[in-house]
Design a protein around this ligand. Structure first.
Ligand SMILES: *[C@@H]1O[C@H](CO)[C@@H](O)[C@H](O)[C@H]1NC(C)=O
Ligand SMILES: *[C@@H]1O[C@H](CO)[C@@H](O)[C@H](O)[C@H]1NC(C)=O
Length: 134
């Protein structure tokens, strides 16, 4: 009971900080923690993650322009996305993108570099995501 209410409190706090509470549905597989000793800057990472697909800040709710690959960079931080299926284009929604990053951080540690596959997010198939220093 104690653990359950603690987790509820944590989930609530995390949701409150992140803004809207999305349903946590992004499956993340094949997670590799690529540099466990490095922790990147949280604010810089939050800026970088909104730079994918030419920018998904504000009211933009998904990757625009159907790119075949994209990066989101700020300072020394880089996210990159490549579709798992060659020739597919990226159209991940902002909600799924943010959920997937959270799920990968839950495995590797907050703001620790990773490689992971997020389910869906492309015209066909999944997307492979890397996060680390530039
Ligand atoms: C991470 O740090 C530990 C402790 O200092 C060290 O033993 C290990 O080799 C480091 N790993 C990498 C990948 O740098
Ligand atoms: C991305 O494209 C696929 C295939 O056309 C579609 O099923 C999916 O709904 C699209 N995702 C978004 C977020 O638009």
């Amino acid at each position: 009971m104690r653990v359950a209410s603690f987790l509820t409190a944590v989930a609530f706090a995390a949701g409150a900080l992140a803004g809207p509470i999305y349903s946590r549905t992004t499956q993340v597989t094949d997670v590799k923690c690529t540099d466990p000793n490095t922790t990147l800057d949280s604010h810089t990472s939050n800026v970088a993650l909104l730079q994918i697909c030419g920018g998904i800040a504000g009211s933009i709710q998904k990757c625009q322009g159907n790119p075949t690959t994209t990066t989101g960079e700020s300072g020394n931080v880089r996210f990159s996305i490549t579709p798992v299926v060659q020739g597919a284009t990226i159209n991940v929604s902002k909600g799924r993108w943010e959920q997937g990053i959270k799920a990968a951080f839950a495995v590797c540690g907050q703001n620790k570099p990773f490689e992971a596959t997020f389910d869906k997010g492309a015209s066909t198939g999944d997307i492979r995501v890397t996060y680390g220093p530039k």
